[in-house]
Design a protein around this ligand. Structure first.
Ligand code: PEP
Ligand code: MG
Length: 573
C-alpha cells in the first residue's frame, strides 16, 4: 500500500501503465562486425516507425479540441527526429563501437541533453525534454513497444503511472480515457491535479517512488478519496473496493436527479453554481452537470506548449465557441495566468528562482502588452455573442487594477474605431488570490464589477507553501485560521458592498467545506463540473442559520484541532 496525496476523488481498479522511461532501461551489448548492417537497418526501421507515428498523430490532431498547441509541439518533435544528429549519427556509432542501436541512440541523447543544459536561454534549455521524449519513442520502437499514449481498451482499465506530468501532459488525458493517474511528485492543487479532477478520474500524487515500485500491467486500486494506491490487492481487498466503487457509482447516478433542481438551502437562500473549464470542449460537461454558467475559464490552457503568440482570430473562435454553447449564461474568461507551473514556451518561462512569485499572470500580461491586448480584443469581440465577463488573475496592487482596466478601455476604443461589435459594459472582475489584495480590498471593491477568490493561490501565498511541491504538500491547509479569516473577510466585505463574490479555487468543490463557506456568506461557487451535483445536494440539506453560527465559532479559534472538530460537527448536522 502506497500513501500519497489525494488529488482527485473516486476509486479506480486498473492495470498500471508506466509512462515512458524506456531510455533509463536500455541495455548495452556488443555486436559482431557482420551484424553492423542489420543493426543499422533496425535503427532505420525504428526511425521510420516513429515518423509514421508522428504523421498519424498529426492527422489525429486535425479537428481535435486543442489542435494548435499540439501541432506546434509535434512540429518541434518532427524537427528533432529528422535532425541528422539523431537520425544519422547513431548509425556511425553502431559501426565504430560495435554496439546495439538502443545504446547508440541513448549515448547521443545524453550528449545532446548535456549540450542543451548549458544554454542560457530557458526556451532552448527546455528543448532537452523534447529530445528525451523523441528518443523515448525511438527506443520503444526498437524494443517493439507501442509508444503512443495508451488508450483505455475495452478489456481492462488503465491507470497511468508517471514520475511527473506537466499540466500540458495532463491536458492530453482529455483525449485518452484513463481510469486513474498516479505520480511520484506534485501537490493536490497543482495544475496537473486540477486537470485530473476536471476529468472526473481518481488521482493520487506525491507517492515518491511509485514509478519504480509499480511494474507494468500490475493490478492497482487507486483510492483518490484517501490518497492510497494498493498494488496487487488480494481477493478480499479487491471485493471491498469493488463494492465501494459500485456504491459511489450508484450515488452518482442518484445525484443526476438533482439536475433541474435549483440550489437553495433549507432556509431559502439561493446559491449560484458555476463551472471551471480549461478548454472550450469542457462546456459539454458544464451542460451535462447543470452548471449555471462558467465561473472560471482558465484560458491559458488553450495555448500551453506553443512557441508562437496565439492569434486574435483563433482566440476569438475559442471564446465564442463557449459563449455559443451557453446562451444567456455567464461565461467568465480569465485572462492568461501564465508563469509558475504553467509556462508558455518563450513567454511564461523567463528564468526565475521563484516563478510563483515572479512575472506571472497579470504581471506578465502587463509586461507583454501585445499578448494582453490581443486577448482582450478577442474576448471583447466574442462578448457580442454571449454574456461574457473578464476576470483578471493575481491582482495585488491598485496600480495593476488601474493598468488592467486601462488596457481593457484601450481594446474597446480600438474596436469602436474599427466598428467591431462588442459589449461595451462587459463586467470586469478581479481574482483575490494574493493576501495583499484580500487585506486591501476596498480599492478592488471600488474599481471592479465582481470578485472571485482563488483559494489555491491564496493558500499558497498566505502559508508560503508551494502548491506544486510534494515536500510541503502536507502543510497546505485550507483550514489554517489565517486562510479562513482572509476568505471570510473578503466575502463579508464584498457582500456589505453588494459586490458579487465567488470562490473559484478548489475549496469551492470540497464537500466538507460547503457549509463553512455558506456560513461565511458565500452564495456563488465555481468548481469542476463533475463536482457540481454533489455540492448542490449538500446545499439542499444545509441551513444557513446553522452554518453561520458554526462559521462564527470556527473563525474565533486559532486551534487547528478545534476547527476540525467544529467542522466535522457542522457536517454531520
Ligand atoms: C486559484 O488560485 O484558486 C485559481 C482558481 O486559479 P488557478 O488554480 O488556476 O491558479
Ligand atoms: Mg490562481
Amino acid at each position: 500500500m502506497l500513501h500519497g496525496v489525494a488529488a482527485a476523488p473516486g476509486i479506480a481498479i486498473a492495470r498500471a501503465q508506466l509512462v515512458s522511461h524506456a531510455t533509463l532501461e536500455v541495455a548495452h551489448y556488443d555486436i559482431a562486425p557482420e551484424q553492423v548492417t542489420a543493426e543499422q537497418a533496425r535503427f532505420d526501421a525504428a526511425i521510420a516507425t516513429v515518423r509514421a507515428e508522428f504523421e498519424a498523430l498529426h492527422e489525429r490532431m486535425k479537428g481535435a479540441d486543442a489542435p494548435a498547441e499540439f501541432g506546434a509541439f509535434l512540429d518541434v518533435h518532427w524537427m528533432i527526429l529528422t535532425d541528422p544528429q539523431l537520425s544519422k549519427d547513431p548509425k556511425r556509432t553502431i559501426a565504430e563501437q560495435l554496439c546495439n542501436a538502443e545504446w547508440a541512440i541513448t549515448q547521443k541523447m545524453n550528449e545532446l541533453v548535456e549540450q542543451f543544459s548549458h544554454f542560457d536561454d530557458p526556451y532552448l534549455r527546455e528543448r532537452a525534454d523534447d529530445v528525451v521524449q523523441v528518443v523515448e519513442r525511438i527506443v520503444k520502437a526498437l524494443m517493439g513497444k507501442p509508444s503512443d499514449l495508451p488508450r483505455q481498451s475495452g478489456e481492462h482499465a488503465t491507470a497511468l503511472v508517471a514520475h511527473d506530468l506537466s499540466p500540458a501532459d495532463a491536458i492530453h488525458f482529455k483525449d485518452a480515457a484513463f481510469a486513474a493517474f498516479v505520480t511520484d511528485v506534485g501537490g493536490a492543487t497543482a495544475h496537473t491535479a486540477i486537470v485530473a479532477r476536471s476529468l472526473g478520474i481518481p488521482a493520487v500524487v506525491a507517492l515518491h517512488h511509485a514509478r519504480s515500485l509499480i511494474r507494468e500491467a500490475e493490478a492497482l486500486i487507486v483510492d483518490g478519496d484517501n490518497g492510497l494506491v494498493i498494488v496487487n490487492p488480494d481477493r478480499h481487498v479487491l471485493a471491498e473496493y469493488e463494492l465501494k466503487r459500485s456504491t459511489q457509482h450508484l450515488e452518482r447516478q442518484k445525484l443526476r436527479r438533482l439536475l433541474a433542481t435549483r440550489a437553495v438551502t433549507l432556509d431559502g437562500s439561493e446559491v449560484e453554481l458555476n463551472a471551471n473549464i480549461e478548454l472550450p470542449g469542457d462546456v459539454a460537461s458544464c451542460i451535462e452537470h447543470g452548471a449555471d454558467g462558467v465561473g472560471l475559464f482558465r484560458s491559458e490552457f488553450l495555448f500551453l506548449h506553443r512557441n508562437d503568440l496565439p492569434g486574435e482570430d483563433e482566440q476569438f473562435e475559442a471564446y465564442r465557441a463557449v459563449a455559443d454553447a451557453l446562451p444567456g449564461r455567464p461565461v467568465t474568461i480569465r485572462t492568461f495566468d501564465l508563469g509558475a507551473d504553467k509556462r508558455m514556451v518563450g513567454l511564461g518561462d523567463r528564468p526565475s528562482d521563484n516563478p510563483a512569485l515572479g512575472l506571472r499572470a497579470i504581471r506578465l500580461c502587463l509586461a507583454e502588452p501585445k499578448l494582453f491586448l490581443t486577448q482582450l480584443r478577442a474576448i471583447l469581440r466574442a462578448s457580442a455573442f454571449g454574456r461574457l465577463r473578464i476576470l483578471i488573475p493575481m491582482l495585488a496592487t491598485a496600480f495593476e487594477v488601474r493598468q488592467a482596466l486601462a488596457f481593457i478601455e484601450r481594446a474597446k476604443a480600438e474596436l469602436r474605431e474599427q466598428h467591431i461589435a462588442h459589449d461595451n459594459d462587459i463586467p470586469v472582475g478581479g481574482m483575490i488570490e494574493v493576501p495583499a489584495a484580500a487585506l486591501a480590498l476596498n480599492f478592488f471593491l471600488d474599481q471592479l464589477d465582481f470578485l472571485s477568490i482563488g483559494t489555491n493561490d491564496l493558500i499558497q501565498y498566505t502559508l508560503a507553501i508551494d502548491r506544486t511541491d510534494a515536500a510541503v504538500a502536507h502543510m497546505y491547509d485550507p483550514l489554517h485560521p489565517a486562510v479562513l479569516r482572509l476568505i471570510a473577510q473578503v466575502i463579508r466585505s464584498a457582500n456589505k458592498a453588494s459586490m458579487p463574490v465567488a470562490v473559484c479555487g478548489e475549496m469551492a468543490g470540497e464537500l466538507r467545506l460547503t457549509r463553512l463557506l455558506l456560513g461565511f456568506g458565500l452564495r456563488n461557487f465555481s468548481m469542476h463540473p463533475a463536482q457540481l451535483l454533489g455540492i448542490k445536494q449538500r446545499i439542499l440539506t444545509s441551513s444557513v442559520t446553522d452554518c453561520e453560527a458554526a462559521a462564527a465559532r470556527i473563525l474565533r479559534s486559532d486551534d487547528p484541532e478545534r476547527i476540525r472538530v467544529a467542522l466535522a460537527r457542522l457536517n454531520t448536522q
